[in-house]
Design a binder for this molecule. Sequence first.
Ligand code: KIV
Length: 274
Amino acid sequence: MQHRSAKISVPELQRLKVSGQKITALTAYDYPFARILDNCGIDFILVGDSLGTVVQGADTTLPVSMDEMVYHIHLVTKARPRALVVGDMPFLSYQVGICDAIANAGRLLKEGGAEAVKLEGGVNAARVIKAIVNVDIPVMDHIGLTPQSVHRMGGYKVQGKKSGRQPGARERLIEDAEAVVNAGAFAVVLEGVPLDLAAEVTKVLPIPTIGIGAGPHCDGQILVMHDLLGLSGDFTPKFVKRYANLEQTISDAVSAYISDVRDEAFPQDEHSFH
Ligand code: KIV
């Protein structure tokens, strides 16, 4: 484990891009995991609305509410991490109106303790990004495969491919990236984007790009923590590298406990009070 002391701020991510040092990020949704990730020296923790799928067992991120996001961000910030904490804005918390969007972004900071917010969308989200940034709330954007648009995309599909099925998709992705920069976003997540397109966007954008399924040329990388740790079932998307199989580790531990209790091997004298 590595622990560096200086708190990571929004400008620090920009400095990392300029210096060429890769930015590291993972999602977390509660205190113990936030503490572990932070002790390892992760640069930022995203309390993602992937909460819906990996913690709440939903099929999509769409049902996640503002109250649930505030609650989970609060659990993460209780760890007082050195890492920057970014809170995801759930579906319909920023699409309905500018005033609602500002108020909801503010809740993630005021009640949750987040230091920045993330929302999905490119050209279509530029107005709302500008409004939130104007009240001094830093915004990280998310383009490419945007999970809140699952029904429009017809599934979780790579975006910006050269194929004939998505004519102009590459140009649209670049337009989206430029629009969010002009609106004042301080970083942008590129999800499910061909690696050459992600490389091109990373080269031209003045702000950090954070890739997930976008190849090695982004300024940083993010994964859903449950995918990396082997806690999200049998299916592993192509872009995920599993670093552990905690599902197996936990099953082994729980099975051993059940056997010990049934065999009267636990508790023993050393676990008892006299
Ligand atoms: O909700 C989330 O966890 C995300 C990451 C996959 C980037 O948006």
